[in-house]
Ligand binder design. Sequence first.
Ligand SMILES: NC(=O)c1ccc[n+]([C@@H]2O[C@H](COP(=O)([O-])OP(=O)(O)OC[C@H]3O[C@@H](n4cnc5c(N)ncnc54)[C@H](O)[C@@H]3O)[C@@H](O)[C@H]2O)c1
Length: 333
Amino acid sequence: MSKIAVLGSGGFGISLAVMADAHDHEVTVWSAFSDEIEMLRIEREHKKLLPGVKIRESIDLITDISGICDCDIVIFAIPSSFVRKIAKIAAPHIKKEAIIVNTGKGLEDDTFKRLSEVIFEEIPANPIVSISGPSHAEEVALGYPTTVTAASTDRDAMYYIQDKLSNEAFRIYACDDIVGVELGGALKNIIALCAGICDGMGYGDNTKAALMTRGLTEIARLGVKLGGRPETFSGLSGIGDLIVTCTSMHSRNRRAGMLIGRGMPPAEAVAQVGTVEGYVCAKIVWKLAKEVGVSMPITEKLYEVFVENKSIKQALSELMQRPKCHEMEKSWL
Ligand SMILES: NC(=O)c1ccc[n+]([C@@H]2O[C@H](COP(=O)([O-])OP(=O)(O)OC[C@H]3O[C@@H](n4cnc5c(N)ncnc54)[C@H](O)[C@@H]3O)[C@@H](O)[C@H]2O)c1
C-alpha cells in the first residue's frame, strides 16, 4: 500500500484515484478549484466526465495542498498548459523521497519543453516518471483492461511505479526512452484532431488510415530528431495512443475535430469540447519543427487552418499534391 496524491480532479485524475483506491492505496485528490472539490465531495461522482463511477469515501478530496506532504507518489493529472503552475504550487509540499508521476500530454509553449522537464525545473529533487499510452479515463475508471508505458531516466523510480500502480486491469510496461514516450503522447493529439476533421467532413476509412500512418511518420521524424528512439513510436505511447485517440469518441481532440470538419470555427469547437490539447500543441509543434528543420506536413496544414484561416479543403488538397516521394525514410523504423 502506498500513499498517493493525485493533482487534478478531472477525468483522468479521478479515474486513477478510483483505480488506486480499489487496489488498497491510500488516495488523496487535490484540485486548485474549490467548487470542483465541493461538488465531488457532495456527489461522490464526477457526473459530467465519469458518470456512474463512484468515488468512495476512502478517497480524500482536498484543496489544501499541504495535505499531500506525506505522499509516496504524487501524480500530475493536469492539462499540459497548467503543469508548471501546479508544480510550483506543489513543490514545497512534496517530501523528498516521493516519486512524481506525470500523465499530461503536451509541450510547454515558448520553451518547447516536455512536461517531465517542466516538472523537474520546479521540483528538481524528486525522480519523475511519465505514464503514457492508450488509456481513456472513462475506461480506466471502469476497470477495462488497459496497457500503458512508464518511462523515466531513473530506473528505480520507473520500476517502483510499474510495481505499485500495475494491477490486473492496468498493465504497465517499463521504458527508458522518456523523450520518445512523452513526444508520442503529446503529438498524437494533433493527428487526432485531423482524424476528427476528416470524420466530420464525411471522409472514410482510407483517409483515416492514411492520416494515422503518415501522422506516425511525422511524429517519429520529430521525435527521433529530438532524441527519442525509433522503436518507441511503434509502442503503446506511440502507435497505441494514436490508434485509440483517432478512433474513439472518448477523445476530445477527435470530437473537436469533428465539429471543425462539419464547419464550426476551430476556436468555437475547442471552447465547446473543453480540454483539446492538440489545438495548442499544433501551434507549438509547428514552431518547434521549423526551428529544428523537420518536415511535418500534416501539422503544418493544421496550423494553417487554425492560424491562417486556410480552408480545410485547400489544406487537404495541398497535402495530397505535395511533391512525390518515397514512403520509407532511412532515419527511422
Ligand atoms: N482524460 C483522459 O482520458 C486522459 C488519459 C491519459 C492522459 N490524460 C492526460 O491527463 C491530463 C489531464 O487530463 P484530464 O482529462 O483529466 O483533464 P481535465 O480537463 O479533465 O482537467 C483535469 C484537472 O486539471 C485541473 N485544472 C484544469 N485547469 C486548471 C488550471 N487552469 N489551473 C489549475 N488546475 C487546473 C482541474 O482540477 C481539472 O479538473 C491531460 O494532459 C491529458 O492529456 C488524459
